[in-house]
Design a protein around this ligand. Structure first.
Ligand SMILES: *[C@@H]1O[C@H](CO)[C@@H](O)[C@H](O)[C@H]1NC(C)=O
Ligand SMILES: *[C@@H]1O[C@H](CO)[C@@H](O)[C@H](O)[C@H]1NC(C)=O
Ligand SMILES: *[C@@H]1O[C@H](CO)[C@@H](O)[C@H](O)[C@H]1NC(C)=O
Ligand SMILES: *[C@@H]1O[C@H](CO)[C@@H](O)[C@H](O)[C@H]1NC(C)=O
Ligand SMILES: *[C@@H]1O[C@H](CO)[C@@H](O)[C@H](O)[C@H]1NC(C)=O
Ligand SMILES: *[C@@H]1O[C@H](CO)[C@@H](O)[C@H](O)[C@H]1NC(C)=O
Ligand SMILES: [Zn+2]
Length: 501
């Protein structure tokens, strides 16, 4: 698929240089690459120009008091308008939808970006959520920058094109619009939404009806869409935080989840692509285990991993929770490559494929596990595609299961690149008959082997055993070579090659 994309991309790149007005509309372009170009601030913040938009928003008296703080940030209705204008400007690679409403009835708008928005495909889905805490508004602005950048650079920039064509990216700029207009952490009921999810250790939030509407909207969203990866954007520090966020005894220490390696890898992608997150003095490498920093309960991150099969990071993107708006373009520059690379890592790393039935070839929505990691990834309901994030390492044993079918496992060699691996599962049959087949399953020449066995059986039994051991070793070497060959081919062409087992 990526190779096809490359050809398509080059063709369309040519076309787009001829017509540079492609995909350009009411919005202006984003700031230039220069980090210090303040003159761009007004250009990107054009939504706030004029009195019309400003006065159309306020019913809230507190807005007047905090007007200096809020100056330059989009109000809730300006954000809504920006999202809808985006949807019109970029209608062929986006879809706008709402996942519910806040306590005060503000719709929780989402922008989905994909070449086939709203359609199911054999592609991973990623979500970014901003403004979980009302007084941490940088994320909601960054997500609008991100959407605009992807729209402006689709078919021009390879990373933008890769994301649009291979990922379904969902952006929820504000999960807590009420908290934003009140300039406070909690929502309109003053509940911290990042403490409102069911917790693995403490059962405080188990009553579904007592949860906040914003929390319920997220939980329903994750039942409707199967997300592979996610990140929430916070402020107050500069670090990429990964599970677990809590410990069973409420003490502060490193509490790694089964996918600790994959999460450290994900967090490092963010941190290393950031302007200076990885040079943090407070957090080694700019990443931290949540519980090692400070344990919290009822958080969204751990709930995503445990209950939604979604690998979520909590990103703290600026030390200052509410910096002056003039800093937003710079914060976008600092975070831009991180945000893009994290999404792209969903297709550039890990193991991906589909599960089929050997009988009729239909997709089997089964399960993928990896030996040594106590976690199950579910294949998609419709196409049975799975997307398993894994840290680069030499060898993994991947197991596919489906009730009513025989499990299959295979060893893979996973480096920095992604691996494509399909499974074809056989329906359950009686054990008899399959044992003999397995012995000759190693692609050796079975005719000459049989003759040789007859010859050996005529002589001594010990010799026969030695022969079996040697044969086994040769088969092992052969299969190993086959696998190494696969991975080197993949590297040299840069294209994904599907291995079927
Ligand atoms: C932005 O525009 C305002 C007026 O609309 C002006 O006072 C200000 O100097 C401009 N800022 C920059 C950086 O151009
Ligand atoms: C904006 O509002 C001020 C007073 O609130 C008024 O003097 C000014 O003319 C308005 N500008 C525009 C562009 O409407
Ligand atoms: C979006 O529309 C533009 C202009 O009509 C077209 O060139 C481009 O191929 C479209 N992109 C997709 C993904 O359909
Ligand atoms: C990153 O850069 C910003 C802006 O220059 C600065 O305020 C912050 O202290 C830096 N952080 C680290 C960890 O270097
Ligand atoms: C695997 O994780 C589950 C929870 O998801 C837990 O109940 C079980 O005890 C774990 N198994 C092992 C072997 O750690
Ligand atoms: C993988 O398959 C082999 C036999 O082919 C079996 O012995 C082994 O237990 C399997 N491993 C897992 C984790 O299922
Ligand atoms: Zn926060």
């Amino acid at each position: 698929m990526i190779m096809k994309t490359n050809i398509l991309f080059s063709l369309l790149l040519l076309a787009s240089t001829l017509s540079s007005s492609l995909a350009r509309g009411v919005f202006q372009t984003l700031p230039s690459e220069d980090f210090n170009d303040h003159s761009n601030v007004n250009r990107t913040r054009h939504l706030l120009e004029g009195n019309e938009s400003r006065s159309s928003t306020g019913t809230n008296d507190q807005r007047r008091v905090c007007v200096d703080l809020a100056l330059g940030y989009m109000t809730n209705s300006e954000l809504e308008r920006a999202i809808k204008e985006f949807g019109q400007r970029c209608s062929n690679i986006s879809r706008i939808y709402s996942i519910g409403k806040s306590v005060k009835g503000v719709p929780l708008w989402v922008i989905e970006i994909s070449d086939k928005p709203g359609e199911e495909e054999t592609e991973p889905a990623f979500k970014y959520i901003g403004n979980v805490h009302g007084d941490e508004p940088v994320g909601r602005e960054l997500l609008i920058f991100l959407a605009n950048w992807l729209c402006d650079n689709h078919l021009k920039d390879p990373l933008a094109t890769l994301i649009v064509e291979n990922v379904h990216l969902h952006l929820l700029p504000s999960m807590n619009p009420d908290g934003f207009s009140l300039r406070r952490r909690g929502n309109a009921n003053n509940i911290d939404l990042n403490r409102d999810f069911p917790d693995q250790f403490f059962f405080a939030n188990d009553d579904e009806d007592s949860r906040q509407p914003e929390t319920r909207a997220i939980m329903k969203w994750l039942r409707d869409i199967q997300f592979t990866g996610s990140a929430t954007l916070h402020g107050g520090a500069l670090v990429a935080n990964y599970p677990w966020d809590g410990t069973h005894d409420k003490r502060t220490y490193y509490a790694g989840c089964p996918d600790d390696d994959a999460f450290r890898f994900m967090a490092s992608i963010y941190s290393h692509s950031h302007y200076n997150m990885s040079s943090s003095k407070e957090f080694l490498d700019g990443i931290t285990n949540g519980a090692a920093w400070y344990p919290l309960y009822g958080g969204m991150q751990d709930w995503n991993y445990i209950h939604a099969g979604c690998f979520e990071l909590t990103l703290e993107v600026s030390d200052n929770k509410w910096p002056i708006a003039a800093e937003l373009p710079i914060l976008w520059k600092y975070n831009k490559m991180s945000m893009l690379n994290l999404v792209a890592s969903l297709v550039k790393t890990g193991v991906h494929g589909r599960i089929y039935s050997s009988g009729d070839g239909r997709p089997l929505p089964g399960f993928i596990t990896v030996s040594g990691i106590n976690y199950t990834v579910r294949a998609g309901r419709t196409f049975a595609d799975y997307h398993r994030l894994l840290a680069p390492r030499d060898r993994y044993e991947v197991v596919a299961t489906m009730p009513g079918y025989k499990s299959k496992n295979t060893s893979i060699w996973l480096d920095e690149g992604a691996m494509s691996l399909d499974f074809v599962l056989d329906p359950e049959v009686s054990v008899k008959g399959s044992i003999l087949r397995n012995v000759y399953d190693c692609n050796c020449d079975s005719k000459s082997k049989l003759e040789f066995v007859e010859f050996l059986l005529g002589s001594h039994l010990e010799v026969f055993f030695v022969f079996i051991v040697i044969l086994g070793f040769l088969c092992f070497l052969f299969q190993r070579r086959k696998k190494v060959k696969f991975s080197t081919t993949k590297q040299s062409t840069g294209a994904k090659r599907t291995v079927v087992v």
